[in-house]
Write a protein that binds this ligand. Structure first.
Ligand SMILES: C[C@@](CO)(OP(=O)(O)O)[C@H](O)COP(=O)(O)OP(=O)(O)OC[C@H]1O[C@@H](n2ccc(N)nc2=O)[C@H](O)[C@@H]1O
Ligand SMILES: Nc1ncnc2c1ncn2[C@@H]1O[C@H](COP(=O)(O)OP(=O)(O)O)[C@@H](O)[C@H]1O
Length: 268
């Protein structure tokens, strides 16, 4: 059985307060995009996990696909499996690629072995693997609050727009990004701004990680400016970085300005 774990972008990201458990409360909108890995699972012995494509840091046992299998194995008598991940989505990029792999592994195992887990149950398992992991169970645009793992409906529909993502080959760890943040209560909830036309977002829909990361990584504001120069209706860093994306009315024509970077272009 094969599936294609896709990345997400954050439309806005307000970090509103530090919680008693050390994590942060946030407001954001997660939006799925087409940049994807490929994950294959077959029932086979002995257990094995392999990967190709982009190198993934860490031991096999720490890979989120393996952790997803181990998590379900605690509760179900699962047969042995072999998994292969072809990694395409950049790592430490603010695109949730690792979380997507974990969520899709949970869904594949649920299907392959007919475990009968509901969406809510799969989301509960996913939350234990990462704050943004539960989003990828349903994989549709949502407004998220608290640790980024509590979802509300939001009628944001960007279908028809084009997107250009630039990953400047710079991995920023999520923990590093949060360590430098000063949480602020917004004047109005992010939801209010996202419900206005996209052309207003440039003034209102901010990613709070930009303030803390842009001064240390000048390549990031430079790319954002280049995206606006190319005609983006809205441009932003995604999540805790370092990918910067632009949303366009029509696919932009790019020459060689991003040739040193990992670039993905597609439809929303
Ligand atoms: C910033 C966001 C926003 O979309 O996405 P990414 O940039 O990773 O895609 C998420 O909050 C990332 O979620 P995720 O990548 O799952 O983070 P986790 O593995 O749960 O946590 C990594 C570390 O980030 C910090 N952390 C994470 C989430 C949160 N709400 N508050 C935090 O302070 C904690 O220090 C934690 O130890
Ligand atoms: N299957 C996987 N793909 C990517 N990263 C993984 C995976 N499994 C574990 N990781 C770990 O997760 C971290 C990056 O997570 P990722 O979701 O790519 O970044 P981000 O949270 O910035 O979107 C890295 O520390 C990496 O070692």
């Amino acid at each position: 059985m094969i599936s294609f774990p896709n990345a997400k972008i954050n439309l806005g990201l307000f970090i509103t307060e530090k919680r008693a458990d050390g994590f942060h409360n946030l407001q954001s909108c997660f939006y799925p995009i087409g940049w994807s890995d490929a994950l294959e699972l077959i029932p086979a012995e002995p257990f094995a996990f392999s990967s190709s494509g982009l190198p993934i840091p860490g031991e096999t046992a720490t890979n989120l696909c393996v952790r997803a299998y181990e998590l379900l194995k605690k509760d179900f008598a699962l047969p042995s499996i072999q998994m292969h991940l072809h990694k395409i989505v950049p790592i430490g990029a603010g695109l949730g690629g690792g979380s997507a792999d974990a969520a899709f592994a949970l869904k594949l195992i649920n299907e392959q072995f007919a475990l009968g887990l509901s969406v809510a149950q799969l989301q509960d398992y996913a939350r234990r693997l990462g704050s943004d992991c539960a989003f990828f169970i349903q994989n549709k645009p949502v407004y998220c609050v608290e640790k980024g793992d509590v979802f509300e409906e939001i009628g944001v529909d960007l279908s028809g727009y084009s997107i250009l993502l630039i990953y400047p080959n710079l991995a920023i760890s999520t923990a590093e990004a949060y360590a430098n943040i000063r949480p602020t209560k917004p004047q109005r909830p992010l939801r209010d701004y996202l419900q206005q036309p996209i052309k207003t977002w440039r003034q209102t829909v901010r990613n709070d990680f930009e303030d803390s990361l842009f001064p240390n990584y000048p390549v990031l504001p430079k790319i954002k400016q280049q995206l606006y120069e190319l005609g983006a209706v809205y441009a932003s860093m995604s999540g805790s970085g370092s990918t910067v994306y632009g949303i366009f009315d029509a696919p932009p024509v790019i020459s060689n300005q991003f040739e040193d970077y990992n670039v993905w272009q597609g439809k929303l």
